[in-house]
Design a binder for this molecule. Sequence first.
Ligand code: SF4
Ligand code: SF4
Length: 297
Amino acid sequence: MLEIRWHGRGGQGAVTAAEILATSAILEGGYAQAFAAFGPERRGAPVQAFTRISENEILTRCQIYEPDVVVVLDKNLCTMEGVSDGLKPGGTAVLNTDRGAKNFSETFKGTGAIAAVNATKIAMEELGAPITNTAILGALVRVLGIVKLETVESIMKERFKQYAEKNINAVRRAFQETEIFEPDGKKGERTEESSERRALKCFTPQLKGWREIPEGGTITEPGSSVNFDVTAWRTSTPVIDQKKCTKCGMCFLFCPDSAIELDVYGNYGVNLSYCKGCGICAKGCAVKAITMVKEAN
Ligand code: SF4
Ligand code: SF4
């Protein structure tokens, strides 16, 4: 059985990609399952999805703690604590990055293969949005070779309808542009140190299941969002025209990520480490002092 764990953010389509891969495997005669584990359910929040593929009926229903493959859809999650946890000896990491596969050999120490593709760039160019799921799927199909690209494309045609062509372009491009690095060319080797680390952490998933989360998703560690960089998701930046701004403070109240800050002179500004570019502040500004400016890729 092949077990794949997907790491992304809400809105990047990790669950859809997990389902497309599972459906492809079923169409090609195998057994498969796909499901998700959500943390706080909002756009930009970390999400995990899981795919199991087998030649035989799959009876296991639990989350995947020791995957054969880890897929990372968000650039900022590639080196995040917990993403490589439990990855089996000689396993595979498929990463959305513009830094090249070799640069992740420390993070994914002992991995059999690291596949890297700039899925954000491909998604922006082909879809016009950082929805990286179909691009990363192209990389996964290339490195694993477990299902045919044509099968994946046929499911996309059915699922995405008028958006199918763009997504198929993304998957094809990623398939071509994926770089694969095999550390030392020796598949399957892991160091003692990494095995020990895995043994300690493989039962600690990065995201908690719904049974483990306090009722109502209560935040038990105040201020913990400061630890998370959501900038990879942003495609537009809010720019405040200080001449138009009346200092009403509504953008400060509206921003769901507390990214609007007040400086010592009483001017409102945007902290780009936490702004995800949702545009709510611009919509809510009565005097239209905020403009959303599209960012370069
Ligand atoms: S909502 Fe507009 S006018 Fe009010 S503080 Fe923000 S930018 Fe200034
Ligand atoms: S676009 Fe505006 S409302 Fe949205 S996260 Fe950024 S600062 Fe906050």
